[in-house]
Structures are given as C-alpha cells and as structure tokens.
Write a protein that binds this ligand. Structure first.
Ligand code: ATP
Length: 671
C-alpha cells in the first residue's frame, strides 16, 4: 500500500513558488494531461493512507485528479455543536441540536437526512461560513485549532446552487479565480498549469472557451459541467478539506456518478470530504466511508456507512430487500404529513437510542481522543499544521475584479455600441432644437439656460436609474464570495466602480461635445472644456447617488420608490424652475444636496462670465438684461461661487460613494 506524508509548509511554499517554474513548456501545448501533473509527483513514507482499498485505486485516482499530493491533511472534529438562528421577533430557533462528529483525512463523509433536518446549517457551521444571524455553540476544531477565518483558505465549499458570472468562459472564470484564490507567491506559470490541469482532469478542457451561461443562444455549459466547474474552482488551492452541499442535485445519474467518483478520488488522494446528499443510489452510497444521519437537527446515526442498516434493524426498522437503504433511512426519519406528532416521537426515539448505542460511544471516544491529543499538542506544532498561505495583495484583487467586470461590459459590444449611438442621437436631437437660438439676446438667455439644463439632466437621471439594478443583481454572488474570504466589501465596491469608470467618462463627454457644438453654446475653449469636465462630474455624482440608493434599499422597486421624490426635490431646487432665494426656508436646505443646482450655477457662470453685450429688444417694455452678471443675478447665481460649486460636486461624489459603501457593508453583514 502506498502512502503520502504531510507535505510541510516549507516544502509546499517552495513547491508553489519555485518548483513549477522549472517547467518551460507551455501547458497549452501539452497534449497529455499526465505530462503536466507528473512533475508534481511526491511520494513520502509515512502519514495518511493513500488508498483505502488497494493499488488499482491509485491508478484510478491519478487518472481523475492527478498525482499531486494534498498539501495538508485536515482532521475536523466537532463536539456538542448546536446552531440557533435569531428570528425577526428576537427569539432563538434551534436548528442543530448537540451534534458531534469527526471527519478524518482520506474519508468521504455523507451527511444525510430528510429535508429540513439541518444538514446545510451544520455544514456551514463546520465550514465557518454560517450566516451572521446564527449562533453556533460547541467546539469545532480543525487540526487542533478552533475554526475561524482561516477555514476560508484551508477548505473549499461547493454550494448546492453554483453561482457564476455567466458571461465568462470556463477559462476566464478559472483564471480570475486562480488570481483571487491562490497564494500570492504562486508564479504565473504555476497558476496557468493548475488551471489547465484542473480543466483536463475534470473534463472541462474541451469547453474552455464556452461561456458558462447566458441567454443569447450561444453554447453554454451543461448542468454536469457547471458542477464540475464549481468543483474545479474549489480545487484551485488544493484544500485539504472539502465541503459539498448536495453536489448531485439536478444531475442525471451518469453525471452524478461521475461527480461522486471525483469526490471519492479526492478523498482517496488524502482530502477530507464532507458531503450532504439526498437519497443516493446504492452505487453512490458505496463510495462513502462514513455516514452521519440527521433528523430534526439531531444525530440519528453516525458511523461506518455499512453499520447503519444493522443499527436500524436493532431498533426494529427492517429495510425491505427491494428498498434502497438510504431511501429507507429517510423514510423512517421524515415527518409524515398528517401524523407529524407520531413521526416526531419516532424520530426522537431513534435519536435517543443512537445516543446510548455502541456506535455513539465509539464515536464519543474517538472525539475525546482527538480533543485529548489536541489539548496536549504544543502551540508550535499546531501552528506548523496551519498553512502559511499568503492571500493576493489588495491591488491584485482589485485589478482582477476590475478585469472581470470589464469583461462583462465588453462581452456585449452591441449593447455598448447602441448606448453610444443612443447618446449621440439624443444629443443631436436636443442640440438641433437649440440650433441658432443660443444668441446674446433676451430670448437667447432662456435658450442657453435650457440647453445647459438638458446637458445636466441627461447626465443625471438615466445613469442614476440605470445603476439601481446593479447591486441587487450582484448581491448573491458578492455575499458568497465575501463569505469565502475572496475579498472585502470595499475592494468589491472600488473594483465595481473602476470598471464602470471608462464609460462614465466617455458617455458624458460624447453627449456634451455634440450638444454643446450643435446648440452653439459659448465658443471659448475654457467654457467648452470646463462644461465637459462638469458634465463628467455630474454623471459620476449621479452614479454615486444611484449606487447609494441601490445598496441602501437592496431591491430596485424599493430604491425607485425612494429615489423618485428625492430626484424631484433636487430638480426643483436646481435654480431653473424657481428662484433659489424664494424657496421656503423649511425646504431650501435640499438645494445643498442638489448637484443639479451646483452644476447649473457653475455651467451658467462659464456661459455668462464677462459677457457685456446682450442686446435688448427695442420695442419691448420688459426689463432688459444686458450683462452676464445680471443674468446670473436673476437666477440667484454668483460669479464667486464657481470653485465652491466644483468642490461641492466633488464632496457629494465622495459622500454618496461613502454612504453607498457603508450601506453595502451593512447589507452584506446582515445576510
Ligand atoms: N434563516 C432561517 N430562519 C428560520 N429557519 C431557518 C432559516 N434557515 C434555515 N431554517 C430552518 O432550519 C431547518 C434546517 O435547514 P437546512 O437548510 O439546514 O436543512 P437541510 O437539511 O439542509 O434541508 P434541505 O435538504 O432541504 O436543503 C429548516 O427547517 C429550515 O426551515
């Protein structure tokens, strides 16, 4: 029997940072996948068992997952774990009740039970990924250390419903994930090799340029391929511990078998794999080493998968020959509609009987022994068992997230093209209405002010509303990636905004350029240049404000409900519709939030500063405004306010973004 030993931290870091750099061939050019992985082959003499059965299994595993050893064997032990959730009325609801167990390297553990038994709740608690509104009591220890944030780098977690950025291809997704997940010291070549290796091992290489999802009629991944891609994503860092939440749900029997064989192979390779699963076939069940049956949040059975039948038989529950044993266990442990009381009694009786059974005593002794060994282990050796993983730097995370979001934007070049065309058409249409009217006459004053307001309004309302959908749409993936410790909320927010930024400069520039030129506004470079700058600033403030509403209210309809009255008040106090000095005191404070007012004043100053020759109609009795300063006075604008307006716009920009970030942090923390 072959065995591999612990792959100590020093060796692993050397292996990651330099070992792979000795290979000079491009992995993309290598046809035989084993050529890629054979260089990782390390067999040592002691440590965990390589195969639970025999030699041929090794060959099978090598075919499936390569020969690369597990970096660190992981033993997870949990004792008297209870999980409560805080309900809205402040009360606590117990979802998991005093559950204990152990998962050792090289084992595949099945966590089974009827729907609602608490499998996912227990698994998220063990993986230290439980929602913030849950309270976990009891001891959960991984390699001697109480679980904490380090679980993000030590373990992989495959969710029941896999979430991807659908527009990316398999290769793009894995490349980006490799940059976000893998140790910062890993060389680019080693990262590329790992991605290629996983795609080959998980039969995704042929689909490497296929988009993950999308509705535009292009070829996308099948359900089985999506699951394998989720699995590949978790394997990027080669974690010693894998949690899989119902990995076979939604797959046909052949795809389910393939995926479970991969999980089995991971366990044989030395990983600890804990997997919730719904009524697997006997063939799939045979792949598991251990079985943990949960019912109503309690343990109904824990031990060797083969021992479950005899335990149930000892209670008088005899599985008929024609029945799949796992179906039988679930039938015994499920609540029967109409007779819930009797079912609960029966479940309680099974759980109580298990608690005093030999299997429970054996498990208890095993757990006590692990805790005893851990208690006696010195801190230094515990520390050595922990990885010296160094996460990617902030700038790397931001850069790769920006790349990801830019890919999403660029993936639909037609949409971007039509957006630009739409802007140009609106600018041209609006500009044509003003053509020849923006003259230095009494009627021209209103036309110039009208053209300026169109520039401000076009750069405010449509962009502000268009951003409302963005954050709610991305909340699920953001929440999941935050829980996995891939990045922090500020990193996500900054990257999201940076990816939008080129569009936030190009769109207002194009619109203002066309509108300004067609409407024939003031023809000095200073006025023209600053108007473009101000329109970019206005659009960015509007996006910041929209982002704040989007993050604060979490759903588009609610955000719109609050934003509409807010934007009306900003518009009314912009200075165009009502003289600023005549706004009632109790509402006039709103104008200090109105970037429409600041930009209107600043753009008006650019048009009217130094103008002395506005003509008056000879045959009119109405008062005549002959200088630019008089025009500004009519609107309650002041020449001296120009730079204050620019500063106010910048302050609003920063303030809205800060508020948006705080709202997003609050929203992601509450989940
Ligand atoms: N946020 C919550 N608030 C209230 N109850 C919850 C919450 N989350 C889970 N529960 C309840 O906790 C119980 C266990 O849920 P959990 O998702 O862990 O079950 P499960 O065994 O994984 O079920 P399934 O197999 O259907 O996924 C269920 O009764 C569920 O309704």
């Amino acid at each position: 029997m072959r065995s591999i030993a612990k792959y100590d931290a020093e060796t692993s870091s050397k292996h990651q940072s330099s070992g792979s750099s000795s290979h000079t061939s491009d992995p993309d050019l290598v046809d035989d996948p084993h050529e890629l992985i054979s260089t990782d082959l390390v067999y040592l003499d002691s440590g965990i068992t390589y195969s639970k059965n025999d030699e041929p299994m090794c060959v099978e595993v090598e075919e499936l997952l390569g020969t690369s050893p597990v970096l660190r064997p992981c033993t997870l032990v949990w004792r008297d774990v209870s999980v409560h959730i805080k309900l809205k009325d402040g009360k606590l609801k117990r979802l998991v009740n005093n559950v204990s167990g152990i998962a050792k390297p090289g084992t595949l553990v099945a966590l089974m039970g009827p729907s609602g038994a608490g499998k996912t709740t227990l698994m998220t608690a063990l993986a230290h990924r439980n929602p913030d509104d849950t309270i976990v009591d009891g001891d959960i220890i991984m390699n001697g250390l109480p679980v904490s944030d380090f679980m993000h780098k030590e373990s992989g977690y495959m969710h029941q419903d896999e979430l991807f950025v659908e527009n990316l291809t398999v290769m793009e997704h894995l490349t980006i994930m490799a940059r976000l997940r893998m140790d910062r010291r890993t060389t680019p070549l080693a990262r590329r090799r790992r991605v290629n290796q996983l795609m080959r091992q998980l039969s995704l290489y042929g689909a490497k340029n296929t988009r993950i999802g999308g509705l535009d009629g292009l070829k996308t991944l099948s359900g089985g391929e999506r699951k394998r891609l989720a699995f590949a994503t978790e394997l990027l860092t080669d974690p010693g511990l894998l949690f899989c939440d119902e990995p076979t749900t939604g797959l046909d029997s052949s795809s389910a078998q393939k995926l479970m064989t991969l999980l089995r192979a991971s366990a044989v390779q030395g990983k600890t794999v804990i997997c919730t699963i719904h009524q697997p076939s006997s063939e799939l069940m045979a792949l598991f080493d251990k079985l943990l049956l949960l019912a109503e949040g309690r343990i109904a059975f824990a031990g060797d998968a083969s021992g479950a039948l005899s335990f149930f038989e000892s209670l008088g529950y005899n599985c008929p020959m024609t029945y799949n044993p796992t179906d039988f266990f679930i039938k015994v442990l499920a609540l029967t509609p109409g007779s819930e009381g009797a079912s609960r009694q029966a479940i309680k009786s099974v759980c109580d009987r298990f608690a005093v059974s030999d299997a429970a005593k054996e498990l208890d002794m095993e757990i006590q022994l692990e805790f005893h060994l851990m208690d006696n282990e010195d801190e230094e050796s515990k520390r050595l068992k922990c990885s010296n993983f160094q996460p990617p730097g902030l700038h790397t995370k931001i850069a790769w997230l920006v790349y990801r979001y830019m890919l999403i934007i660029l993936r639909d070049p037609q949409v971007q093209f039509f957006r630009i065309i739409q802007k140009l058409v609106i600018a041209l249409t609006a500009g044509l209405c003003f053509i020849g009217t923006a003259r230095l006459t009494q009627s021209g004053i209103q036309d110039v002010q009208g053209a300026l307001f169109i520039i401000i309004a076009e750069n405010t309302f449509a962009p502000m509303y268009s951003v409302l959908y963005m954050f709610p749409e991305e909340f699920p993936m953001l929440h999941r990636e935050l829980k996995a410790g891939l990045y922090s909320t500020p990193v996500y927010y900054v990257a999201r905004m940076l990816a939008l930024f080129p569009g936030l400069v190009v769109e207002p520039t194009l619109f203002t350029l066309v509108m300004y030129w067609v409407a024939g506004l003031r023809g000095t470079l200073y006025a023209f240049g600053f108007t473009i700058f101000l329109s970019i600033l206005v659009l960015n403030v509007a996006i910041a404000c929209g982002s704040f509403f989007s993050c604060a209210f979490g759903s588009m309809p609610v955000a719109i409900a609050y934003l509409v009255p807010f934007d009306y008040s900003l518009m009314v106090t912009s200075g165009l519709f009502i003289k600023l000095s005549s706004i009632p005191k109790y509402i006039s404070w709103i104008r200090h939030l109105s970037w429409l007012m600041y930009s209107n004043e600043a753009m008006s100053i650019l048009q009217w500063d130094g103008v002395q020759n506005i003509t008056c109609a000879e045959d009119s009795d109405s008062p005549c405004l002959s200088t630019g300063e008089e025009v500004l006075t009519v609107y309650d604008f002041h020449l001296s306010q120009f730079w204050s307006d620019v500063v106010a716009l910048v302050v609003l920009y920063l303030a809205f973004h800060l508020l948006a970030l705080l709202a997003l942090k609050y929203r992601t923390r509450r989940k």
